[in-house]
Design a protein around this ligand. Sequence first.
Ligand SMILES: Cc1cc2nc3c(=O)[nH]c(=O)nc-3n(C[C@H](O)[C@H](O)[C@H](O)COP(=O)(O)OP(=O)(O)OC[C@H]3O[C@@H](n4cnc5c(N)ncnc54)[C@H](O)[C@@H]3O)c2cc1C
Length: 395
Amino acid sequence: MNKIADVKSEGIAAAWRSPYFGEEHELLRTQVRRFVETEIKPKAQAWEEQGYVPREVLRRMGSLGFFGIRYPARYGGSEMDTLATVVLAEELGRCTFSGVAITALVHTDMASVHLFNAGSEAQKDQWMPRIISGEVITAVAVTEPDAGSDVKGIRTVARCDGDFYVLDGTKMFITNGVYGDLYCVAAKTDRAGAPSKSITMFLIEKGTPGFTVSRALDKHGWRSSDTAELHFDGCRIPSENRLGEEGRGFYAIMKNFQNERTVIGAMAMGEAQAAIELTLEQVRTRKAFGAPLWQKEAIRQRLAMLAAKVEAGRQLVYHAAWLDTHRVDATKEVSMVKAYCGELVNEVMYACLQFHGGMGFMRESTIERMARDARVQTIGGGATEVMLEEVAKRL
Ligand SMILES: Cc1cc2nc3c(=O)[nH]c(=O)nc-3n(C[C@H](O)[C@H](O)[C@H](O)COP(=O)(O)OP(=O)(O)OC[C@H]3O[C@@H](n4cnc5c(N)ncnc54)[C@H](O)[C@@H]3O)c2cc1C
């Protein structure tokens, strides 16, 4: 059973008590929350301005074990479960700088998983220890200028040439794309074949001839996360850089989407919870018409309903992660998580910004940044409409 009493003194409310979590999860939650309070929140405004998270911060996260939560101990990981990943994502989501959260979570749960799931023992021995320590930062490059939701439509090609592959094409919106070290790249190895059987994943290091970061992209939110357009022009890599079998890339991408979407949902619920807490503080202290705004029923009830929806969203995330932990197919639940939590965090941000009044519209206010950061939650990693189609198919 949970030893919540042990962590209460660290400021974790008893509200976190849940049948899904054990002592290890709660200790992890305490540790991440402390890191967020002491090492992210006081410093991250500067990272927003420079457009990336400093490497020493990522190394520090690695040294604290945040990058190896589910990976084997022999690589330096702690062999925890999907629910532990949810704890990390939720707590990073609460940091109010979602660009920082996504920098870490793409590395841990969207990019390096491709190597871990499909890589050979030699590839894993070579890279996993440095990935877990934060020495090597990973990116995943699937999306292209003309293909995002429709993964089968990618045009980057990898032509087999003896013991090498030669890649040509462009990738778009790649998180950790500017400052990353190691990229898991999707390319077509069979242009004539069935689209679902023609994509292969490759491991490509920064600095490989023919591979360039063509530009850093300027974004509406997530400003402390670096995002790039990448270009491959006759990029020649040895065949041993292939991840898994030829033609299995589409299935690998779809499989990893389940994890990615659970993590993004957890992050969204962390963001929403933090916004509600911030707004409660605001409306309890801000006075208008002779009393704190909290005295206005319209405000109180709206926040109460949003808190209820966030609780529901959070429980859906936990349930999907629990199913995954028990190896039950949770495609429907995970798609629900991505659609529901992505829309909900935006509903929460809209109301929270509203209750901050004019100050909520100012760049100096936290809620203004949070509202911008939340916008992408209905687009990246599976747009709401695409997720709802996945749910509808399974109803
Ligand atoms: C900040 C950021 C970071 C990202 N990081 C990465 C990354 O690291 N690696 C990576 O590979 N990709 C990344 N992406 C890409 C992201 O996953 C795609 O943007 C997303 O999948 C949507 O693809 P698209 O932008 O091409 O939009 P499109 O596929 O062109 O779709 C546009 C819109 O049309 C609607 N739509 C699409 N399909 C349907 C449908 N079937 N039915 C109804 N409506 C539909 C949706 O509203 C959608 O938003 C990132 C994107 C952003 C913005």
